[in-house]
Design a binder for this molecule. Structure first.
Ligand SMILES: NC(=O)c1ccc[n+]([C@@H]2O[C@H](COP(=O)([O-])OP(=O)(O)OC[C@H]3O[C@@H](n4cnc5c(N)ncnc54)[C@H](O)[C@@H]3O)[C@@H](O)[C@H]2O)c1
Ligand SMILES: O=c1ccn([C@@H]2O[C@H](COP(=O)(O)OP(=O)(O)O[C@H]3O[C@H](CO)[C@@H](O)[C@H](O)[C@H]3O)[C@@H](O)[C@H]2O)c(=O)[nH]1
Length: 477
C-alpha cells in the first residue's frame, strides 16, 4: 500500500503543526486533521489559528484547501484514510487510580474506539500522543475486539519530539524521527510506509526504527533526561544564591565539557509538559515495582516545584513579607516564549501564590488571550472564589500600561520584547521602591540597578541600588 490519505485525530499543538508540515512536504497526500471540538476546527479554518507558532500561519495558508483540511467530520476522514495519527491529549489523571500521576488515556481509548467503530478497510494506526509504555497493546486490544470482519490494523509508535515555540523548525529539521512497530513482516511493512512519508524531507539516516516498546519508552526517557538537566541546574542555582557563585557562569563552565554540552542549562522558574510526562514515568515505575527508580525521577519533579516555590517566596519576602493590597505586574503568562500555551506555566504558580497573599495582579502576555489567563486563574484547582480573583486580576494590552503604578514586576516568560523595554520609563511610572524579579534571567541587571530598581533573579546575588546602600560593597537586596 502507498499512503495517499492521512487522517489525524486531534487538532492540537501536535496534530495541527505536524500535519501541516506533512501536507506541505507531501503535496500528493491528502491530509485531514479532525477534532471533536467545533471551535478548534473553526479556528484552524479561520484567519486566526488556534495556536501561535512561528512559521505555522504561512504553511497552513499555503496548503489549506489544497491537500490540507481541518474538519469535524471524523467518520469521513477515518473511512478515507490509509494511515491515522492519534494525536489526542494525554493529561494527568485527575481522579481515581493513579490520580495526579498516571496519564489519563481516556482520549486515546476514545480515539481507538472511534477507529474500530468506523473503519471498513485496513489501517495503519500511529500513536503520536505521548503514552505509557505498552499503550499500543491496549489500542490493539480495543481495535481487535471491535473490528469489522476482514479489517486488519498495524499499530506504530511515532512519538513527537517538537518543542513549542520552535515546532515548525523542529518538524522541518528534527534531530531524529522515531518509529516503533511489530517485529513481524506486516509490522516492518507498516514501518516502511511511515518512513516513506518522512523521507520526503528527512534523510533516512535520521529515521530510527525500533520495537514498539522502545519507541514508547524513549519518548518518556527523552523528556525525563531533559527535565533532569533543568532540575539539576535549578538545584545548583540555589547553591549559587547561598554562596555568591553565578549560575550563568557555572552553566557556561560545565557546558564547555563536551560530555555535558551547553544546551538545556538555563536556570529558571520551572517547566511544562515535562511535569505530566515525568509523573507518568514515576507512576509506571511504581506499577512495575521499581520504587527506587520511581523515587529517582520523582525528585526531578520535586526540584521543579521547589524552584517555583523558592522564587515566589523570594518575591513576597523582598516586598517586606506582605504583598496584600500591592499591585504586582506579571510580564508573561505562557510557559515559554513564542507560544500562547499556558499549560503548567510557572506564571500560574506565581499568580496563585501572590493572589493567596492578597496582591492585585496586572498581567501582560503578547500571545495569551485574556480569556485563557482568567480561565487558568479561576480554575477550581487554583482558586476557591473566581469572583474574588476576577476583582484582583487585570489584563493589559502592553507592558507599559501593565507596569504603570505597580510596586513590583515579575518576569514570568522570556519574551524577547521584555528585554528591550524602556526600563527608565517603567521605573518612572512605578511605585517606589521599585522591584523587578527576573524569573527568566533575561534582563541587564546591572543597568536596572543603576536606574534605581531593586533586582532579584535566579542563581545570582545582586547588589542593592547605589542610593540605598549603607556601606560600600555587595549586599543582598
Ligand atoms: N504540546 C507539545 O509540545 C507536545 C509535544 C510532543 C508530544 N506531545 C503529546 O502529544 C499529545 C497531544 O498534545 P497536544 O499538545 O497537541 O494536545 P492538545 O490538547 O493541544 O490537542 C489534543 C486535541 O485532541 C482532541 N481530541 C481528543 N479526543 C479526540 C477524539 N477522540 N477525536 C478527535 N479529537 C480528539 C481534543 O479536542 C484536542 O483538540 C499529548 O499526548 C502530548 O503529551 C505534546
Ligand atoms: O534550559 C532550559 C530549557 C527549558 N527550560 C524550561 O523548560 C520548559 C520546557 O521547555 P522546552 O523543552 O523547550 O519546551 P516544551 O515544548 O515543553 O518541549 C518539551 O516537551 C515536549 C513535549 O513532550 C517534547 O516534545 C520536547 O522535545 C521537549 O523539549 C519551559 O518552561 C522552559 O522555559 C528551562 O527552564 N531551562
Amino acid at each position: 500500500m502507498v499512503v495517499k490519505n492521512i487522517c489525524c485525530l486531534g487538532a492540537g499543538y501536535v496534530g495541527g503543526p505536524t500535519c501541516s508540515v506533512i501536507a506541505s512536504k507531501c503535496p500528493e497526500i491528502k491530509v485531514t486533521v479532525v477534532d471533536k471540538s467545533v471551535t478548534r476546527i473553526a479556528q484552524w479554518n479561520s484567519e486566526k489559528l488556534p495556536i501561535y507558532e512561528p512559521g505555522l500561519d504561512e504553511i497552513v495558508k499555503a496548503r489549506r484547501g489544497k491537500n490540507l483540511f481541518f474538519s469535524n467530520n471524523i467518520e469521513k476522514a477515518i473511512l478515507e484514510a490509509d494511515l491515522i495519527f492519534i494525536s489526542v491529549n494525554t493529561p494527568t489523571k485527575t481522579f481515581g487510580n493513579g490520580k495526579g500521576r498516571a496519564a489519563d488515556l481516556k482520549y486515546v481509548e476514545g480515539a481507538a474506539r472511534m477507529i474500530a467503530d468506523i473503519a471498513k478497510s485496513n489501517k495503519i494506526v500511529v500513536e503520536k500522543s505521548t503514552v505509557p509504555v505498552r499503550a499500543a497493546e491496549s489500542i490493539m486490544n480495543i481495535l481487535k475486539a471491535n473490528n469489522e470482519p476482514g479489517v486488519s490494523y498495524q499499530i506504530l509508535s511515532n512519538p513527537e519530539f517538537l518543542a513549542e515555540g520552535t515546532a515548525i523548525q523542529d518538524l522541518m529539521h528534527p534531530d531524529r524521527v522515531l518509529i516503533g512497530g511489530e517485529e513481524t513482516p506486516e509490522g516492518q511493512l507498516a514501518i516502511e510506509e511511515l518512513c516513506s512519508i518522512y523521507e520526503h524531507w528527512i534523510p533516512r539516516k535520521s529515521i530510527l526504527t525500533t520495537n514498539t516498546w522502545s519507541s514508547e519508552l524513549s519518548k518518556l526517557a527523552a523528556n525525563a533526561m531533559l527535565a533532569q538537566r533543568i532540575s539539576s541546574i535549578n538545584s545548583l542555582s540555589a547553591v549559587c544564591e547561598a554562596t555568591g557563585a553565578d549560575v550563568s557562569e557555572v552553566a557556561v563552565a560545565i557546558g564547555l565539557d563536551s560530555r555535558i554540552g551547553p544546551k538545556f542549562l538555563q536556570a529558571s522558574i520551572g517547566g511544562s509538559c515535562f511535569q505530566k510526562d515525568i509523573l507518568n514515568l514515576v507512576y509506571i515505575c511504581e506499577s512495575l515495582s521499581l520504587p527506587e527508580v520511581a523515587a529517582y525521577w520523582q525528585q526531578v519533579i520535586d526540584m521543579n516545584e521547589y524552584q517555583k516555590t523558592r522564587f515566589t517566596a523570594k518575591v513576597v519576602q523582598s516586598l517586606f513579607n506582605t504583598v496584600s493590597g500591592k499591585n504586582i505586574t506579571l510580564l508573561g503568562f505562557a510557559f515559554k516564549k513564542n507560544t500562547g500555551d499556558t499549560r503548567e506555566s510557572p506564571a500560574i504558580h506565581v499568580a496563585k501564590t501572590l493572589l493567596d497573599e492578597g496582591a492585585s495582579l496586572n498581567i501582560y502576555d503578547p500571545k495569551v488571550e485574556e480569556s485563557q489567563i482568567l480561565y487558568d486563574l479561576t480554575h477550581p484547582s487554583i482558586c476557591e472564589s473566581p469572583e474574588e480573583v476576577k476583582k484582583l486580576v487585570k489584563i493589559y494590552p502592553d507592558a507599559y500600561s501593565a507596569t504603570n503604578g505597580a510596586h513590583a514586576v515579575v518576569i514570568c516568560t522570556e519574551w524577547d520584547e521584555f528585554v528591550t523595554l524602556d526600563y527608565r520609563e517603567i521605573y518612572r511610572s512605578m511605585m517606589k521602591p521599585a522591584y523587578i524579579f527576573d524569573g527568566r534571567k533575561i534582563l541587564d541587571h546591572e543597568e536596572l540597578i543603576n536606574i534605581g530598581f531593586h533586582v532579584q533573579t535566579i542563581g545570582k546575588r545582586l547588589p542593592r541600588p547605589l542610593s540605598t546602600r549603607m556601606w560600600s560593597g555587595t549586599a543582598v537586596v
